[in-house]
Design a binder for this molecule. Structure first.
Ligand code: ATP
Ligand code: MG
Length: 561
C-alpha cells in the first residue's frame, strides 16, 4: 500500500535516484547554483537555490556557488557581494566551492582552439546583421557563411589575433560548425566567441574576446565535474548544443535537467525588469521591501525559513505555472506566527484619558510574548492615565456589527482593565480625545461578576510610548500579470498605494530593545520588522504582512457578484 505520508519525489529527484541506482556518476551528486551577477537575486532564484543546495544536502552531495560572469558589460562586484549575502542568509553554504566562470577563461579559450583545429569551428567575418539573416527561421533553413570553409590555419590565426586585440568589436566572431539547416536553430553554427573591448569585473583588461553563454556554461559544469546541471525550461532547446560541445571536446559530461521557473502574481521577476524599476526610481533601490528580491524580502521582514518552506511546497515540475502571491504570504504568516514575539503598537493614535485613574499612577501588566511559544516568556507593559488606542477602534455612531469602542460602551484593554467610554471630545468636528473610566474591579481584564465584553483593544501608555515611523506595503502592481498587458507598459501598472508612510505611530517601550531586521508582531495589526534605517532618534518599522489576507474578503465578494 502506498503511504499517504510520503510525498512522491519530484522528477529531478527521481532521475537522481535512477542515476545512483545505475551508478552513472558513481553515486556522486554534485549540483551548482550559477547566477549571472547582473542584478540582485529574487524569489525565483530562491527556488533554484533551494533546489540545488537542497538536493546536495539530501543526497550527501555538494553544491557549488558559481558566478556565470561571461558578459563584462552587465556584471558588477556589488551584485556578486549581494548574491553571496543573500544565499548565506537563506541558510545555505558552499564551503570552499565559490567559483567564477571567468576563472576558466584560459581553459575555455584552449577548448575553442581545439574545436577549431578539429575543423569544428571557424572565424566568420560576416556582419552581425548578415549572420542573423543567414540563420534562417523556424520554417526556413539557414544558409552557410562564405567563410565557413576557410582553412583551419586561417581561422586559428584570426582567432589568435582576435584575442590579441587586433580587431574591433563585431568585426568577426568564432562560430561552431554544426549544421545550418538543423531544425533546432541553436544548432545553426552558434557563435561561441565575440570581440568585446571591455573591462571585466574579475579579469580586468586581460581579455577582449568573451565566450558566449552556451559555450561557457557547459564547460564550467564539466570543469567542476557537476553531475546534474539543473536549469530552467528556456534552456531545453539548448541541451543538444550543451551535449554537442562536450561530446566534440571529449570531456566529462554532466546531464542537463530543466524545470519550470517560478512565476508569481502581482510582481515581476526578471533582473532586467527589476533593474528598470530601480534605475527609474519607481522603488527605493534593490532592497525596496516591495520588490521580490531576496534583499527586499529580508528588509520587509520575511524569514529565511518562510521562503524555504514556500520553495519546498510549490514543488518542481516541467510545466509552466503561476503561483498566487497569497500562497507566499500564507507560508510567511504560518512561520511568523510561530516565531514572532508580540508587542502593542498604535498606528493611527487616538488619545484616551481615564478620568478615574490617578494622575501619577503607573501599573505594569504582564503580557505574553508569544502564545505559540511558551519559552518566549512574558514582559511588563506600563499602563497609566493617558493612553493611545487605534483611531479605527472607536466610532461615535457605530453601525450594527461594530463591536469596538463607542460612547457608553465597555471593552477590554488588553491585559489591563475593562474600560467604558464616557465622551468623545471634538475639535472642528473631529474626535481628538476620548474620556473614559476603568472598572478598578477588573484588573487584568476580567470582571469578577463574569460579565462579558465583545472586544479587546490594544493600547500604548502615552508617557511611556516611543514614536515610530511605519511603512505599510501593498502589492507592487495593480494586476496579477503586469507583463502580460498588451496595451500597457508594466511600469504604468504600479500600484500607487504600494507604500504608505505613517509618521505618528506610538509603540510600547519594549520595542526599543529590538535590533535592525528583528521580526515581531504588533497585536491585531500584523507582522513587522525593524528597518535598518532605524537610528537612536528614529524608529522605523516595516509591516511585513497583515495578520489575515485583506484580499481574501474582496475575492470572496467578487466571486459572489
Ligand atoms: P533573470 O531573468 O531573472 O535574470 P536568469 O535566469 O537570467 O533570471 P540567472 O542569474 O542566469 O538569472 O539565474 C541563475 C539560476 O537561477 C539559473 O539556473 C536560472 O535558471 C535560475 N532561475 C532564474 N529565475 C528563476 C525563476 N523564476 N524560477 C526558478 N529558477 C530561476
Ligand atoms: Mg539572465
Amino acid at each position: 500500500m502506498v503511504s499517504l505520508e510520503t510525498p512522491s519525489k519530484d522528477f529531478i529527484r527521481q532521475i537522481i535516484d535512477e542515476d545512483n541506482r545505475t551508478g552513472k556518476y558513481d553515486g556522486r551528486v554534485h549540483t551548482r547554483f550559477p547566477p549571472e551577477p547582473n542584478g540582485f537575486l529574487h524569489i525565483g532564484h530562491a527556488k533554484s537555490i533551494c533546489l540545488n543546495f537542497g538536493i546536495a544536502e539530501e543526497y550527501g552531495g555538494k553544491c557549488n556557488l558559481r558566478f556565470d560572469d561571461t558578459n563584462p558589460l552587465k556584471e558588477e562586484d556589488v551584485y556578486v557581494k549581494s548574491m553571496i549575502e543573500d544565499i548565506k542568509w537563506l541558510g545555505f553554504a558552499w564551503e570552499d566551492r565559490l567559483y567564477f566562470g571567468s576563472d576558466y577563461f584560459d581553459q575555455m579559450y584552449d577548448y575553442a582552439v581545439q574545436l577549431t583545429k578539429d575543423g569544428k569551428a571557424y572565424v566568420d567575418e560576416m556582419s552581425a546583421e548578415e549572420i542573423r539573416e543567414y540563420r534562417g527561421s523556424v520554417t526556413r533553413p539557414g544558409k552557410e557563411s562564405r567563410y565557413r570553409d576557410r582553412p583551419v590555419e586561417e581561422s586559428l590565426d584570426l582567432f589568435e589575433r582576435m584575442r590579441a586585440g587586433e580587431f574591433a568589436d563585431g568585426q568577426m566572431v568564432l562560430r561552431a560548425k554544426i549544421d545550418m539547416s538543423h531544425p533546432n536553430m541553436n544548432m545553426r553554427d552558434p557563435v561561441i566567441y565575440r570581440i568585446l573591448h571591455a573591462s571585466h569585473h574579475n579579469t580586468g583588461d586581460k581579455w577582449c574576446v568573451y565566450p558566449m553563454y552556451d559555450w561557457a556554461h557547459g564547460l564550467e559544469d564539466s570543469i567542476e565535474r557537476i553531475t546534474h546541471s539543473i536549469c530552467t525550461l528556456e534552456f531545453e532547446d539548448h541541451r543538444p548544443l550543451y551535449d554537442w560541445f562536450l561530446e566534440q571536446l571529449g570531456v566529462y559530461r554532466p546531464i542537463q535537467i530543466e524545470f519550470a521557473r517560478l512565476n508569481l502574481t502581482y510582481t515581476v521577476m526578471s533582473k532586467r525588469k527589476l533593474l528598470e524599476l530601480v534605475e527609474d526610481g519607481h522603488v527605493n533601490g534593490w532592497d525596496d521591501p516591495r520588490l521580490p528580491t531576496i534583499s527586499g524580502m529580508r528588509r520587509r521582514g520575511y524569514s529565511p525559513s518562510a521562503i524555504r518552506t514556500f520553495c519546498s511546497r510549490i514543488g518542481v515540475a516541467k510545466v509552466h505555472s503561476i503561483v498566487d502571491f497569497e500562497f507566499l504570504e500564507h507560508c510567511l504568516r504560518d512561520n511568523l506566527n510561530k516565531t514572532s514575539p508580540r508587542f502593542m503598537g498604535v498606528l493611527n493614535p487616538l488619545r484616551v484619558v481615564l478620568e478615574n485613574y490617578p494622575e501619577d499612577k503607573v501599573e505594569e501588566f504582564e503580557a505574553i510574548n508569544n502564545p505559540e511559544d511558551e519559552s518566549a516568556g512574558t514582559r511588563n507593559v506600563p499602563f497609566s492615565r493617558v493612553l493611545y488606542i487605534e483611531r479605527d477602534d472607536f466610532m461615535e455612531d457605530p453601525p450594527k456589527k461594530f463591536y469596538r469602542l463607542a460612547p457608553g460602551r465597555e471593552v477590554r484593554f488588553r491585559y489591563a482593565y475593562l474600560v467604558t467610554c464616557k465622551e468623545a471630545v471634538k475639535e472642528n468636528g473631529e474626535v481628538v480625545e476620548l474620556r473614559c473610566t476603568i472598572d478598578p474591579e477588573t484588573r487584568g481584564g476580567n470582571a469578577p461578576d463574569g460579565r462579558k465584553v465583545k472586544s479587546t483593544l490594544h493600547w500604548v501608555s502615552e508617557p511611556h510610548a516611543l514614536d515610530a515611523k511605519v511603512h505599510l506595503y501593498d502589492r507592487l502592481f495593480t494586476v496579477p500579470d503586469p507583463l502580460g498587458q498588451k496595451e500597457a507598459d508594466f511600469k504604468d501598472l504600479i500600484n500607487p498605494d504600494s507604500l504608505k508612510v505613517l509618521t505618528s505611530c506610538k509603540v510600547e517601550p519594549a520595542v526599543r530593545n529590538l535590533k535592525a531586521l528583528d521580526r515581531f508582531q504588533f497585536e491585531r495589526l500584523g507582522y513587522f520588522c525593524v528597518d535598518p534605517d532605524t537610528t537612536e532618534e528614529d524608529l522605523v518599522l516595516n509591516r511585513t504582512v497583515e495578520l489575515r489576507d485583506p484580499w481574501a474578503k474582496i475575492r470572496k465578494q467578487q466571486r459572489k457578484e
